[in-house]
Design a protein around this ligand. Structure first.
Ligand code: HEM
Length: 230
């Protein structure tokens, strides 16, 4: 029954989440699958840049609980939350809790570093990101190292993310996964004034168009590659 539950996570945020998770997995898989899959790895990188741009704009203009302003907290508030975080009981947060909010920012920053350095990265054999010709060989080599090393931090962040969700589920008995799928949390936990009234889909379509336009501009404005100079 609709009265038993209240909308907290808007549909665009949920679609973003699951696309983000699967795209990161797919970009890892295509990087590991070798040479023949590298073109797909590039496409996934552009796609992930689009997702990031979408999420950043959505963090300013999306519904309440998607906004950075609703979950980015001062270090003192994060510390206070951390001190009680491992207690078995505790009040369920409406949107992201202060530590979860920090993780969201961390993941967005790490993936942004990964995708942007990918634009300059080269395997020194055949494949080079579209902006590789814009930088010197030594800068490209440094950015390629960052692209390789940073993925380990992303893996670490995903590991922490999944461990935190498992901890909330099994120890604190708070199922965070279902709301990330359905968007709803039980009405008993969410005061009516904290719920969101809509997923703001028209706005999401405009933000998607802006994000896609940005990616198109980025890819089509890459400098000519060394090959095409001949
Ligand atoms: C590659 C893997 C993943 C990445 C990169 C990732 C990333 C993220 C990000 C960025 C958010 C914040 C959502 C937002 O505000 O935009 C988030 C939240 C969340 N994710 Fe994931 N995620 C991954 C996998 C998963 C999986 C497999 C699950 C479920 C088993 C999951 C469950 C959740 C839940 C429940 C939240 C909301 C937590 C809360 O209530 O504050 N995630 N994730």
């Amino acid at each position: 029954m609709a009265e038993d539950r209240r909308l907290v996570w808007d549909l665009p945020l949920r679609v973003f989440h699951w696309l983000f998770a699967t795209s990161i997995f797919a970009s890892w898989a295509t990087a590991k699958a070798g040479f023949d899959w590298m073109q797909w790895h590039f496409y996934l990188g552009y796609w992930i840049i689009g997702l990031l741009v979408f999420r950043i704009i959505w963090g300013f203009f999306g519904p309440r609980h998607a906004r950075f302003g609703s979950f980015v907290r001062k270090p003192s508030a994060i510390w206070l939350y951390m001190k009680n975080m491992f207690a078995r009981t505790g009040v369920q947060s409406i949107g992201h809790n202060p530590v979860g909010g920090l993780m969201v920012i961390l993941m967005i920053v790490l993936v942004a570093v990964q995708a942007s350095t990918g634009l300059f990265t080269t395997d020194d054999v055949v494949w080079a990101g579209p902006y590789n010709p814009a930088v010197s060989k030594s800068t490209a080599s440094w950015l390629s190292t960052v692209h390789n090393v940073n993925f380990n931090f992303i893996l670490g962040a995903i590991g922490l993310h999944l461990a935190a969700i498992a901890f909330y589920g099994f120890v604190k008995k708070q199922n965070l996964v279902l709301p990330m799928l359905t968007g709803h949390k039980p009405a008993a936990l969410i005061p009516a004034h904290e719920a969101i009234s809509s997923s703001e889909l028209l706005k999401a379509m405009i933000v998607s168009a802006i994000s896609s336009g940005f990616v198109y501009w980025l890819v089509t404005h890459a400098p000519p590659s060394a090959d095409s100079l001949y």
